[in-house]
Design a protein around this ligand. Structure first.
Ligand code: ACO
Length: 332
């Protein structure tokens, strides 16, 4: 069964409530209808009657909850929660009210924070930064996690490498600054995500332009140190680095470049040394190898919030809703 079909089946087994705040985009309605018909999640769309009339006319919205942030009876509860969480950052009731009705992403995160929803999917018409900032501010990280990061599940057709052609790529979406500690944490979180979503043992490669000291540079040292920290912090996980991409996934190259590594040649979880590398890497796989790339899925947040590409199709939104619902299931 294809990765996304198995995720949809899991989501259907215990329906979660997912909020879609982008009522200004038709793809939201198309996806909401599909999720509802397929039984993937209970869907809440945030929007005023005007939003719905302008963008959702013609869709059969039976079974979908439409919530108007201006008249919702829970509105005051969310204002209070917003102030409670952000008063130290200068948020007053007036600012809270204005921000959460101007940007429904804040409203959606507050619904999660108050236990009225299990997750949020947004980003079809907002940048990644604007999509995840409210989640970072209001939902925060899971206990013990310092940084949220974003991964893609990449399914490469007719590929003998990784887990039968399936890989996890991280961080492709969030962190613009890296150090060894952060990279090591991303490796640990990604190993957990791989196990949870793919159901197989993660083999984590910390990627670089050098394999085991073949090149000398501060960037190489940063990755090698990250691998050392990760191995100490997550002794039960197979992690190695620094490794070049080919040494990480191709057994013949691994035999030459890293013959004693238990990860090299068999890696299925790829940790990139920078956001540039991760983001460009998954797009190369998608465009040149015709890979399916599901994500970015955020890892390390206290509740599931996931981003979309602005070029996404309604079916992509359905896929991310299913992944978000499964994440919510794992958290509960
Ligand atoms: N993990 C946890 N918390 C974080 C993280 C993180 N990685 N980054 C920021 N935060 C927290 C901060 O601590 C801060 O909390 P506070 O307000 O309670 O003090 C809050 O988030 C805002 O932090 P800022 O530093 O002010 O955040 P900024 O406005 O710079 O935004 C963001 C953070 C949105 C993650 C930014 O780093 C960003 O834009 N990253 C790149 C996103 C991107 O463009 N990705 C590529 C495209 S995605 C794609 O192609 C699929």
């Amino acid at each position: 069964m294809a990765f996304i079909d198995s995720i949809k089946e899991k989501a259907k087994s215990n329906k979660k409530t997912i909020v879609l705040p982008e009522s200004m985009d038709q793809r939201t309605y198309e996806a909401a209808v599909k999720c509802t018909k397929e039984g993937i999640a209970n869907i809440i769309i945030l929007g005023t009657p005007e939003d719905i009339q302008n963008h959702g006319t013609g869709y059969d919205l039976t079974g979908i909850t439409i919530l108007d942030p201006f008249t919702d009876p829970n509105r005051q509860k969310y204002i209070d929660k917003f102030v409670e969480l952000r008063a130290k950052k200068g948020v007053t009731p007036e600012i809270a009210e204005q921000q959460m009705t101007k940007d429904y992403m804040y409203y959606a995160c507050l619904m999660c924070r108050c236990g009225d929803a299990d997750g949020v999917v947004s980003g079809a018409c907002h940048s990644t930064g604007n999509t995840i900032r409210p989640a970072l501010q209001l939902l925060k990280t899971k206990p013990g996690v310092k940084s949220v990061s974003g991964f893609f599940i990449v399914e490469v057709p007719n590929c003998p490498y990784g887990e039968n052609g399936t890989f996890l790529f991280a961080d492709c979406a969030v962190n613009t600054d890296f150090d060894s500690e952060k990279l090591a944490e991303i490796a640990g979180l990604s190993a957990d995500s791989f196990r949870a979503y793919i159901g197989a043992e993660p083999k984590v490669a910390m990627l670089s332009f050098s394999t085991k000291g073949s090149a000398k540079h501060d960037n190489v040292t940063m990755v090698a140190e990250a691998a050392k920290i990760a191995k100490e912090k997550y002794p039960q996980v197979k992690i190695d680095g620094e490794l070049q991409f080919d040494a990480a996934i191709v057994p013949e190259v691994a035999k030459l470049k890293a013959p004693v590594s238990e990860v090299a040649g068999h890696a299925n979880t790829l940790i990139f040394p920078s956001l540039e590398a991760g983001n460009i890497g998954y797009k190369i796989a998608q465009r040149l190898a015709h890979a399916n790339a599901y994500g970015p899925v955020l890892q390390g947040l206290s509740m599931p919030v996931n981003d979309l590409s602005r070029g996404c199709f309604a079916d992509d939104i359905v896929g991310v809703v299913a992944m978000t619902a499964v994440e919510a299931m794992m958290n509960s």
